[in-house]
Design a protein around this ligand. Structure first.
Ligand code: CO
Length: 296
């Protein structure tokens, strides 16, 4: 383990500080009639203004959607009386922070509260030596105590250098074969609560992609897109709307067919059910954890 004052932890903290501010300001902007695309772009621009870079496209998930939804380039969606989850990431030189919050416009505050309280209970048990299974047990207990289900096929995760998802996974239910957290681990903990079954499935929409492997491509737009991806996003997820090349959708289809990038389909519960989410990034310490994304 490296000392917690190493430069990499300073960058994780800086990313977390920027992110906390942007998350709280973005959440304030979510109201009935506001534009998804305007809020996503506002948040991504604000991250850059504050000295970070978006670690992935701002995710805006509505009602049964749980993850991987982001506005398209010409998206005209506005918020209705819905459950809105914002999941936002920042990196500073590839060192990440990841956070999420639910803004409930649907009149189901208990569901939003369930994932918030589950996260607080999880954070209370985090310290060096704890099993990720015990963290999952806290999440499950709290959410079930509200009469809801945790989403069990979505998990928290480690944050690596230029890697949004590394081991260990942090489950949202009790598991017997958990990993053991060590001081210095940087992990994102993200309980999801739902009034549905607790299992999300892949939908057909895809707006988020990430590099799989570098390869030479002949098509001009695909090549331009790949250059920008390798240069700017590396292995971090990006949105179709971030690409500067003309015919970006066609370029991405080609890159996906050639196995150069992979897409992240929107993950959702069954229609008619709702999902809430709350997430913080922490640095694990000997006797607890430091939450990098806490509101200041
Ligand atoms: Co996350």
């Amino acid at each position: 383990m490296s000392a917690l004052d190493d430069e990499k932890y300073e960058k994780h903290r800086e990313a977390g500080e920027i992110l906390a501010e942007v998350r709280d300001e973005a959440a304030e902007k979510v109201e009935v009639g506001a534009s998804h695309l305007e809020i996503a772009e506002w948040a991504e621009d604000r991250i850059r203004e504050l000295g970070g870079e978006p670690a992935f496209p701002v995710n805006i998930s509505i009602d049964e959607e749980a993850a991987h939804a982001t506005p398209s380039v010409d998206d005209e969606s506005t918020f209705g009386e819905e459950m809105v989850n914002l999941d936002i990431g920042v990196h500073v030189d590839g060192w990440l922070a990841d956070t999420a919050v639910t803004v409930d416009l649907s009149g189901n505050p208990e569901l939003a509260e369930a994932s918030e309280q589950a996260l607080e209970a999880a954070l209370d048990v985090v310290e060096a030596g704890v099993s990720t299974g015990d963290i999952g047990a806290e999440v499950e207990d709290v959410i079930e105590g509200y009469g809801f289900n945790p989403v069990v096929n979505l998990t928290g995760h480690g944050l690596g250098h230029w890697e949004q998802h590394t081991s260990p996974n942090i489950p949202n239910r009790a598991v017997s074969q958990g990993a053991t957290l060590e001081a210095g681990d940087v992990v994102a903990i993200e309980p999801f609560a739902t009034d549905g079954s607790g299992k999300v499935k892949e939908g057909s929409e895809e707006e988020i992609y990430a590099l799989e492997r570098e390869a030479s491509v002949r098509n001009r737009q695909a090549r331009q897109a790949l250059e920008q991806i390798v240069d700017e996003f590396k292995t971090l997820p990006f949105a179709t709307r971030w690409l500067e090349t003309s015919r970006a959708e066609m370029a991405l289809r080609r890159l996906e067919q050639n196995g150069v990038v992979h897409g992240y389909p929107v993950l959702k519960e069954q229609e008619g059910y709702l999902v809430s989410q709350k997430e913080h990034t922490v640095i694990v310490t000997e006797d607890g954890c430091e939450v990098t994304t806490r509101s200041r």
